[in-house]
Every structure is written in C-alpha cells, then in structure tokens.
Design a protein around this ligand. Structure first.
Ligand code: NAI
Length: 274
C-alpha cells in the first residue's frame, strides 16, 4: 500500500488554487485560529463544517466569511468531549456537505486560571484532558474510520492536530494544558503511522504565541518580552492567519512526502538558546 502515499502527494501537488478540495471539518472554527483556518481553507477550495461549542454572532461571522470565499459552510454545535454525539454530528456533515476528507483538530481550552502546579484541581485537570486530548483523540478516530471505509475515495485526505509550543515547552503554571498537548502530539504520530497505508496525511502544528482571545490575559505580560526578542526570534505576536496559511499548505499537498511531522509556527520560539 506504499504506493498510496506516493500517489497522494502527486495528486495533491497537481491541484491548482481553484481545485475542488472536498469537505474540511474545523473544530473550534467559530473564532481565533479556527476561524482563520475556515477562511483560508475555503479560499483554497474546501467546503467547511464550522464546528464549535457555541453558536453566536461570532460563529455566524465565520460562516459568512467562508461563503464570501464562494464555498459552502455548515455551522454545527458540538462539544468535542461528548463522544456519544459524534455519529449524528458526522451524519449531519455528510448529508449537508458530503464526505469529510480533511479534519482540523483545532478546538482546545486553556486552564481556567494559571497557578501553582501543587494546587491543580482534579476538576480542572479532567476538563482539560476531556476536551483537548480525549475528545480530540476519539473524534479523530470516528472521522478516520469513515475515511478508511471509503476506499477508492479521492486521495487528498488529511488530519491536522493543533497542539502548542507547550507540547514541548514546560509551563508549570498551566500544567494540565501542557500535559494535554504533549499527549496530543503523540496521538498525531500514532494516527500518522496507522493511516499512512490509506493515503491519509497527518500533521501536527505547534503554534507559538498567537494573538487571540485565549491569550488576551497574557497580552500585557508577554508583549514587552516579545518585542525585546526574549521569547521568539521574530519579534511580533503571531496572527491566526500565520497558522492558517501553514495548514492550507499542508492539506493542499504542499508537503507530499510528510506525515507525522511537527511544524512549529511560532517565530522561532522553539529554538533552544543559551
Ligand atoms: P480560542 O479560545 O480563541 O478559540 C477556541 C474555540 O474553540 C472557541 O470558539 C471555543 O468556543 C471552541 N471550543 C472550546 N471548547 C470546545 C469544545 N469542547 N468543543 C468544541 N469547540 C470548543 O482559542 P485559539 O487561541 O484560537 O486556539 C485554538 C487552538 O490553538 C487551541 O487548541 C489552542 O490550544 C491552540 N493554541 C493557541 C495558541 C495561542 O497563542 N492562541 C498557542 C498554541 C496553541
């Protein structure tokens, strides 16, 4: 089945910017990095299932932005930690848009309050793991099973895990978050190995500091350090579009000989220094 991997890359690389890409599911697609991914993938030719815990004005805006790119958008409410909801959710995506050939595991939560590792509550730990790791793992399993069942399907199929620089960098003040993202990094590699024979590319994206609502509470604290070059080599906050563009490159076949790889997008934040 190695030939599948080869043809996957060749077929994707031959697609133009206006190629029909199929259907992408973007979890946490309502705002921030997820919304930017929805728009970028729509501009690359995907129809988009915008999936989120919440349905509000911001979510409707995400739908509008996708439609402005000339693609179809379907907004679906789902708590990714609720595994029993996956089957009906995926049925709705398939009925509304068609079979899924791209899954972007973007939804994630941060610790409610940064604080001492020695004071982390079981409740906070469990919620972080349920959403960021357990939910993402099992949603991926559900989507992957459907992808595998569609043998003979178009070969531009991919799964992306948005982890974090904290999959590697240790922040004891947000321990459960770091642990969930480190686990997700392993899950990405597990799925890459399992799905390669089916021609499904799996990629991990590790964002650095990206300016979104999630990082609003540390904006004042980190901005001077970013500007001085103490945190990352490129002295600015990352923008959601920085992540979205990298993902679009991967899921449209820009890296045909890559799977299970880690892509750091953080302005050089991961470079060890003295
Ligand atoms: P955000 O908080 O702005 O957006 C996250 C979205 O996910 C929200 O729309 C939220 O409603 C949704 N969501 C939360 N829990 C959910 C659930 N259980 N089911 C479905 N949807 C849910 O976050 P941001 O900054 O856009 O982050 C997106 C991803 O990137 C997250 O996984 C985050 O951990 C990761 N990341 C973000 C970084 C940053 O600097 N902003 C850095 C590294 C990683």
């Amino acid at each position: 089945m190695k030939a599948d991997v080869k043809t996957r890359g060749e077929a994707q690389a031959n697609g133009g910017a206006s190629a029909v890409r199929g259907v992408a599911v973007v979890t946490g697609g309502r705002r921030g990095i997820g919304q930017a991914i929805c728009v970028e993938l729509a501009s690359a030719g995907f129809d988009i299932a915008v999936v989120d815990l919440r349905d509000d004005e911001t979510a409707q805006e995400a739908v509008k932005l996708v439609e402005e790119q000339g693609q179809r958008a379907l907004l679906l409410q789902l708590d990714i930690s609720q595994t029993s909801d996956y089957a009906s959710f995926l049925d709705k995506v398939e009925t509304g848009l068609g079979p899924v050939n791209c899954l972007i595991n973007n939804a994630g939560i941060q610790v409610p309050e940064r604080g001492d590792l020695l004071e982390v509550s079981e409740e906070s730990f469990d919620r972080l793991i349920d959403v960021n790791l357990r939910g993402t793992f099992f949603l991926t399993q559900a989507v992957a099973k459907r992808m595998v069942a569609r043998e003979g399907a178009p070969d531009n199929r991919s799964i992306v895990f948005i982890t974090s620089a904290n999959a590697h960098l240790v922040s004891p003040e947000k321990g459960p978050y770091c642990i969930s993202k480190a686990g997700l990094s392993m899950a990405s590699q597990q799925y890459a190995l399992r799905l390669a024979e089916h021609g499904i590319g799996v990629y991990e994206i590790r964002p650095g500091l990206i300016m979104t609502d999630m990082t609003a509470d540390v904006f004042e604290r980190y901005s001077p350090q970013i500007e001085s070059g103490a945190i990352c080599a490129i002295r600015r906050w990352g923008q959601p579009q920085d992540i979205a563009r990298g993902i679009a490159t991967l899921v449209t076949g820009g890296m045909p000989f890559s799977t299970g790889d880690v892509y750091n997008i953080g302005g050089g934040m991961q470079i060890p220094r003295l």
